[in-house]
Design a protein around this ligand. Structure first.
Ligand code: BES
Ligand code: ZN
Ligand code: ZN
Length: 504
């Protein structure tokens, strides 16, 4: 998508659609009469009658009439502009993106000034426009035969503004990079398990590495056996598909130090194993690699924007299947860390593959750890489908993380992890840990189990089981994979680069 900045006038350019923000108080837009002139005085009446609505995220399209450089005008309601915040602005542009797609527009001119009634600078608006429109216009192509109608796509965006063109275009391009990375993650989540196998995910990561010059390491079954990655191997044991441990390294400073480890659960399909899921519970389990998708998406942003920070991404990928060779309850396995684990539930497989991935991330030099996983149904019971659950062992690290989440508007809520919880994770007559301490507090036990392998390393656990796959359309996109945490993880790394080393 190409972006250009033009002077703040509603003439002298060509575009399919002119996009205009409509605040409750149009008098706050300095040059509002410019747009009134386009419609020869009718606009005020249209707003009064509600035909052009000004409520938040309400949209109206109107033909521009002949003799204009633009064919149609899309009015985007902003509500009370005094209350408009960054999340609202992103959501408005997402709705604009959806609408432009329906209008089959290929080019759009955004009248920046009409969105500038809140506390936003033009660069904020440019970023929100790119990010919002990119996220809102996402659709998964799917595999239907017969419909080869080419989808319209916005190719050119003009920002009408008097601000410095370079900084506006930089902000727009960053917003676009963020949106594209989220949309890539959404594609991964939406891809079925027969197509996105662990091997296919590793191939995807290889392409990413080539594109951005990451160092890449892909471990197969033989290497895992040699290293003693018993937890990841146990989950893979019933499958005909080989597992993959995918490691990407991005070096943003001279020395490989102060490294952030991003660890993703990449279960390409979760049957539950012998602790089999129900026939309704199993549907949708192609999305059990949402954590891996989040990490890969964040790496795409990092590769593009190149922050001064070192990052190691570790993804543990396999499916969780049943066969004569599958692992089963009562088995005792030995993880890469040396810790032994009593299996009580083969459906609690995510924490097992993460155990080895976290250990590997530490061995690769990670000084900070964030693991991301569709780990438990428990997080949905606790927080619903719109909040990511978190655990941590480090206040300062978590504070920085929350700042990043607030910047991106991704809601995260922390749950406690107490000594009593840890005791229950460590309770087993035959091993160091058990993988399913009980039906209460699932999310805490799942994340807490991963924490056993993080040890003293500053660590944040993110359970995205509720937020990774939307059951219906939402503010920033359609039903299906959401790409949650892609933007927050990338922003976290960016904030850490700005902060330098964190104090413990
Ligand atoms: N992949 C599931 C968690 C999940 C549930 C993701 C719903 C997305 C939507 C995970 O592997 C799982 O089965 N967790 C169990 C753990 C339990 C058996 C201890 C759960 O939460 O029920
Ligand atoms: Zn499971
Ligand atoms: Zn799972």
């Amino acid at each position: 998508m190409e972006v250009e900045v033009r002077e703040n006038r509603l003439s002298g350019f060509e575009a399919d659609v002119l996009v205009v923000g409509v605040p409750k108080h149009t008098e706050h837009v300095q040059n509002w009469k410019q747009i009134e002139e386009v419609f020869g005085g009718a606009l005020a009446d249209w707003i009064r009658s509600g035909d052009v609505p000004n409520g938040l995220k309400e949209m109206a399209r109107v033909p521009a009439g002949s003799g204009k450089g633009f064919k149609r005008v899309l009015f985007a309601g902003l509500g009370n502009d005094k209350k408009l915040d960054a999340d609202d602005l992103r959501n408005v542009f997402s709705a604009v993106g959806k609408e432009l797609r329906k209008m089959k527009a290929e080019s759009a001119a955004v009248w920046t000034e009409s969105f500038a009634t809140g506390d936003f600078g033009d660069a904020d608006i440019a970023w929100a426009a790119a990010e919002g429109m990119g996220l809102g216009s996402y659709e998964f192509e799917g595999y239907k035969t017969g419909s080869n109608e080419r989808q319209a796509e916005i190719r050119n965006v003009l920002l009408l503004s008097e601000s410095d063109g370079e900084s506006l275009m930089t902000a727009f391009r960053s917003g676009r990079i963020y949106a594209d990375a989220v949309n890539e993650a959404r594609d991964l989540v939406n891809t079925p398990g027969n197509m996105l196998t662990a091997t296919a995910m590793a191939d995807y990561a290889k392409e990413l590495a080539e594109q951005y010059g990451f160092e890449i390491e892909v471990l197969g079954k033989a290497e895992m056996e040699e290293l003693g990655m018993g937890a990841l191997l146990a989950v893979n044991q019933g499958s005909v598909e080989e597992p993959r441990l995918i490691v990407l390294k991005y070096q943003g400073t001279d020395k490989w130090e102060d490294v952030v480890g991003l660890v993703g659960k990449g279960i390409t399909f979760d049957t539950g194993g012998y602790s089999l899921k129900t026939k309704t519970g199993i549907v949708g389990m192609k999305g059990d690699m949402g954590g891996a998708a989040a990490v890969l998406g964040a790496m795409r942003i990092i590769g593009n924007l190149r922050p001064e920070k070192n990052v190691v991404a570790v993804i543990a990928s396999t499916d969780n299947m049943i066969s004569g060779s599958a692992f089963k309850p009562d088995d005792v396995i030995t993880s890469l860390s040396g810790k032994t684990i009593e299996i009580l539930n083969t459906d609690a497989e995510g924490r097992l593959v993460l155990a080895d991935a976290v250990t590997y991330a530490k061995q690769s030099g990670a000084d900070y750890l964030v693991d991301v996983a569709t780990l438990t149904g428990g997080v949905i019971t606790a927080l619903g489908y719109d909040k990511t659950g978190a655990l941590t062992n480090n206040e300062a690290f978590f504070e920085t993380f929350l700042e990043a989440a607030s910047e991106t508007g991704e809601f995260v809520w922390r749950l406690p992890l107490t000594d009593r919880d840890k005791k229950r994770i460590r309770k087993s007559e035959v091993a160091d840990l058990n993988n399913s301490p009980g039906g209460d507090g699932h999310m805490i036990f799942g994340g807490g189990f991963v924490g056993e392998f993080a040890g003293e390393t500053p660590w944040i656990h993110l359970d995205i089981a509720g937020t990774s796959d939307a059951s219906s359309a939402h503010d920033l996109g359609p039903k299906g994979g959401t790409g949650v945490m892609v933007r927050t993880l990338a922003t976290l790394v960016d904030f850490m680069a700005e902060e330098g080393q964190l104090e413990d």
